[in-house]
Design a protein around this ligand. Sequence first.
Ligand SMILES: *[C@@H]1O[C@H](CO)[C@@H](O)[C@H](O)[C@H]1NC(C)=O
Ligand SMILES: *[C@@H]1O[C@H](CO)[C@@H](O)[C@H](O)[C@H]1NC(C)=O
Ligand SMILES: *[C@@H]1O[C@H](CO)[C@@H](O)[C@H](O)[C@H]1NC(C)=O
Ligand SMILES: *[C@@H]1O[C@H](CO)[C@@H](O)[C@H](O)[C@H]1NC(C)=O
Ligand SMILES: CC(=O)N[C@H]1CO[C@H](CO)[C@@H](O)[C@@H]1O
Length: 803
Amino acid sequence: MNYCLVLLHLITCFFTFSVVLLWEHPLLRRIGVLTAKWVSFVPLLMLFFSSLPADLLSTNRSSIFSGHHGQLSLTAVFLDEYRDRLFLGGKDILYSLMLGPASSESKEIYWPPLPGNREDCIQTGKEPQTECANFVRLLQPYNRTHLLACGTGAFQPMCAFIYVGHRGEHVFTMDPTNVENGRGKVPHDPSLPFASTFSGDELYTGLTADFLGRDSVILRSMGGRSTMRTETDQKLLHDPKFIAAHLIPDNDDRDNDKVYFFFTEKATEAGDREGAIHTRVGRVCANDVGGQRVLVNKWSTFIKARLVCSVPGPHGIDTHFNQLEDIFLLRTKDERNPDVYAIFSSISNVFQGFAVCVYRMADIREAFNGPFAHKEGPDYQWGAYEGRVPYPRPGVVSKPGREFGSTKDFPDSVLQFARSHPLMWRPVYPALRQPVLVKANIPYKLKQIVVDRVEAEDGLYDVMFIGTDVGTVLKVIALHSGNSLETEEVTLEELQVFKVPTPITSMDISVKRQALYVGSPAGVAQVKLHRCETYGKACAECCLARDPYCAWDGSLCARYTPNSKRRYRRQDIRHGNPVLQCVDQNLSGKYLDVTEDRVVYGTENNSSFLECVPRSPQATVSWLVQRDDRKEEVKLDERVMSTEQGLLFRRLFRQDEGVYICHSREHGFTQTLARLTLEVLQGETVDELMARDTAGLSDTFKDRSTGSYRAWMPCSAYSRGGSSSQIGQSRTWFKDIMQLIGPSNLPHVEEYCERMWCNDKLRRKHKSMLEKYRQAQESARKARSKSSGERNRTPRDLSAWEE
Ligand SMILES: *[C@@H]1O[C@H](CO)[C@@H](O)[C@H](O)[C@H]1NC(C)=O
Ligand SMILES: *[C@@H]1O[C@H](CO)[C@@H](O)[C@H](O)[C@H]1NC(C)=O
Ligand SMILES: *[C@@H]1O[C@H](CO)[C@@H](O)[C@H](O)[C@H]1NC(C)=O
Ligand SMILES: *[C@@H]1O[C@H](CO)[C@@H](O)[C@H](O)[C@H]1NC(C)=O
Ligand SMILES: CC(=O)N[C@H]1CO[C@H](CO)[C@@H](O)[C@@H]1O
């Protein structure tokens, strides 16, 4: 077998190495994370307001609104899709922003605490800047012309109706003489958690309703009926942290409406594990008016159940994510059965992890219909209540015209039972009993979630937008592979929404505008949900992006519209397999440009270069290096320099080995351009091989990992016989190949090349690739027939970078 030909095989294989990764479907699976990584692109932000940071103004891609005076301290957001307006509440301020394309109008209302309250607040020892102001916490639609706004009012909560006019007009006024006491509607302390929802003209809130922040209650206020609240009892609520409140109907009968609260609290039933926190879903019936003699103006229908989100751990002990961070209700046409998306965290000394679990309403209702949790006495274990449950069953609605027309008609026994048994015995498990997404030991926290259900060619996808505590938003889908329970998460984009690492505090999706409104103390940003054109100009790129919003329409990567009758529509979210999708599309040229996961080889003590050229000259490039599981910034110095074209190692050390990630940053948005695995070859290995080469042991390579020599003849069936007289000329080749491939990787290259070139099925499938292969063979023959040792292809000349 001709040595030179072997080398050519190798070279051809190497240059198509990354292509193989993209083509070969089973491999794609294996490198799922990898494919996900290169698909991180710049989001399209739209310019829509003034007071933008200077460089955000320079393009129409992005915009952040941070208030007219730059000090918004955003604390409340209401996206009004009907009026096409965005309402914001901050520190002593309210804003109304028009969202139409033409309009960039904003109006503001200055709303400080009532006279004297700021001073009183400071007198009690509170912080003037962070506590003794009016932080708007509640901003909800009230009726066709008014919003209800409530703020902390310097520890004196207050509420007011804001006139916002009808659709189309941009009015925004408040009658300052008509400000009401906001006690029970928002907490006094701006830092305390709180949740609220309207049902009709009644406001449901979960909060601490006193100055000291100790009176944790679920309250119903406003409207015609008397105010309802939970009794002060740790059985009912034990240091709760309220995350969300939602009205979810059971059926068309409004009398069956229930209001659900999502919160964490200290888990009494956890027993010996003092201080254990559990996440709960609690609910009250909307028509609960309390009892007649007992539980007067107190909830008689409050019940709660545990929400479990866990992964199997070692020794059969599950790892639980107990701390609820955020809830998103994915509403569907069936308003009784939204999907409940929840982010959980688990933070301890040994482990920091996050998980997203999805709950079905049917499972929540089933837990509430199941047995009550019961403890006979202090020395007993918690268990399911097995005695007789009084009638009507607590937690079930009363109904006018029935035996018990109102909760006031309930027998005392029912009320007593309700009071002593608020907790259900069975917890609620997520759909498929496992999280759809788990992230452990990441250098940021997951804070907020919104979900968009997107119709793609092969089905519906729930695209999750997850806000972090460092100003970024992850756009993620979770895929189920076949009938297996395993989910594969694909990060479609990682959007750097805020330049500064600020926690995301709110997110809202505008279906109408196909935009995401991302709030943080720094301001609010509008981000387009998709930007298909960034996925490139080839079918394969579009396909590999696996973004359910996007499909190849024959000439462009564009927003996928389910009902359009376009001829070419290629999309493959499940597998991202361009072979199947783009087989008749032009795969040449640009296709190769998208392969940005590469292995680069360098020799110890010599120079090396990692190329990474940003797509835009305005972008600045930064380099991260990943070793083991840690990612850190590359330290630049005399030896390691960042150039316009890439990263230059003037002298390579063995400890430089690692995965180098090249990010470009433009207008506050980062994009991963390349992931380059740098392998450092030891000088001795090369020298030794060089020596062997001269000695005539031509077609062997040293396997560094085992220390043995391996012979490899790729696709022996393909190689044609030839003389082995050109060993002398092969020396330069050999050197270059060793630099490019590296002995330790030979088995992998071999494997890939085998798959690519030596498999009959694949060979038939990938005709165009084979054509390339033949051309390579052709040039190999030509090269061989030349008498001189001239190369026909020169890999990157590293010597150009030597000192
Ligand atoms: C932004 O868009 C406006 C209107 O579409 C246009 O006039 C302006 O030139 C654009 N600015 C940049 C920097 O592209
Ligand atoms: C909305 O509520 C406000 C405050 O109670 C009231 O002044 C206004 O008339 C109401 N508007 C409508 C259309 O009901
Ligand atoms: C395919 O793409 C290449 C490079 O972009 C181009 O030169 C060629 O004409 C295209 N072929 C067809 C059939 O479109
Ligand atoms: C690389 O340089 C260092 C320091 O000069 C030396 O100790 C080491 O032996 C060199 N390694 C090789 C393979 O030449
Ligand atoms: C493989 C390679 O390029 N090796 C070079 C490394 O640098 C030394 C000098 O420092 C050269 O002699 C080698 O040829």
